[in-house]
Design a protein around this ligand. Sequence first.
Ligand code: OGA
Ligand code: MN
Length: 227
Amino acid sequence: MSLSLVQSTLLGDNSSLFESIANNLVDKGYSISVDALPENLTTLLLQQINELPDEIFKRAGIGRAKDHVINDAIRTDEICWITGNSEASGAWIKWAESLQYYLNKHLFLGLFSFESHFSHYGKGDFYKQHRDAFKGEGNRVLSVVVYLNQDWSLDDGGELIIYPEQAVDSGIIADNKITVTPSAGTIVVFLSEEFPHEVLPALRDRYAIAGWFRLNTSIANNIDPPS
Ligand code: OGA
Ligand code: MN
């Protein structure tokens, strides 16, 4: 993979970040890195979020393709799929591809493609507990979320809660949920099938990017579309 000088300057040196994400994934299946997205990229994405017109965001649904429905009891956020047609979104996709390349090289994950969207939670919006993929069904392997909120305070709600599954035979009943504050620059990566998670109601506008690395499960003329 070769990056132009401009791109590599923009994206910075991610090798220690990617190494820590890979190690975390091996150790526990998820990774949380605070203030970790390259600064230039965060700045560009924050600008882009400020410039995006509200109308471009559409109510997010649940389920894929023909099973796709809007369900106010489960999620109330709005999303805008990222196509890479701006400097910021192009740089974001490049960054995600470099993470994909690193993880494939070091963990042999076989990640094949990447899809992502901006999300906007207005005041009161939430996403109830869910998984991003189901065993044997989806081809989403790895979820990545980055946050784009400056000066997020504990009173602003909107935390991501991750529920690691307890080992059934461990005999330990522990309330080990993980709480992530959606502050600009924080990166969360987790195995899509393994971790139920939810977004608590946001008490002010909350912006993030959610993305998924997928395996290649297209067969012949049956191309598996993004949801
Ligand atoms: C999702 C999701 C988490 C977040 O979009 O599937 O779980 O913190 N997002 O925004
Ligand atoms: Mn999710």
